[in-house]
Design a protein. Structure first.
Length: 174
């Protein structure tokens, strides 16, 4: 009985430490990529919260094999000539020269979708996520959209959709 309680307490402590590490890792990932997401928000009129929310889920906050080996933070499919060298087998996921190239390509792909012009300058992340999901972006679409929305909420990513421009110190929404 005492041994079972000790094991249960140990398992709970381990779970909390893993969750804490995951939260810290995600927060670090967001801080690292936030300036890029804001720049892309300004350029493409896609909320930075959506860009980062999708990246957090698709890349496992930068821990996935795709993001580490191919700089692919969005699970985008494409030609990859180095996958055998890097993974030991062929991969149909695209490799990018940098994280920023992956982020930019994601925005370019969204820009080509029919829903893009209807959502242009729409600050509502749920509208964007719904449109992305309906376009077939994620295979487990309902689960995917809930996870992206949860990441946006948990890390208060909508707060970066409203930013202060350091050049003229005025508040602006993308």
């Amino acid at each position: 009985m005492i041994v079972n309680r000790i094991l249960l307490i140990g398992a709970i402590m381990l779970l909390f430490s893993v969750l804490a590490f995951s939260q810290d890792n995600t927060a670090s990932y967001i801080e690292k990529h936030k300036p890029l997401a804001i720049d892309l928000m300004r350029e493409y009129s896609i909320p930075a919260s959506v860009i980062l929310g999708v990246a957090v889920i698709e890349s496992g906050s930068g821990t996935s094999t795709l993001s580490r080996k191919f700089n692919n933070h969005f699970g985008i499919v494409g030609k990859n000539y180095n996958s055998i060298q890097k993974l030991g087998h062929r991969s149909h996921y695209k490799e990018y020269e940098s994280d920023s190239a992956s982020y930019r390509n994601f925005c370019e792909l969204l820009k080509k979708r029919p829903y893009y012009s209807k959502l242009l300058c729409n600050p509502d992340p749920k509208s964007w996520i719904s449109a992305i999901r309906k376009s077939g972006y994620a295979s487990a679409s309902k689960t995917w959209s809930r996870r992206v929305e949860q990441a946006i909420k948990n890390f208060d990513l909508t707060s970066i959709d409203f930013f202060v421009d350091p050049l003229n110190e005025t508040a602006a929404r993308f």
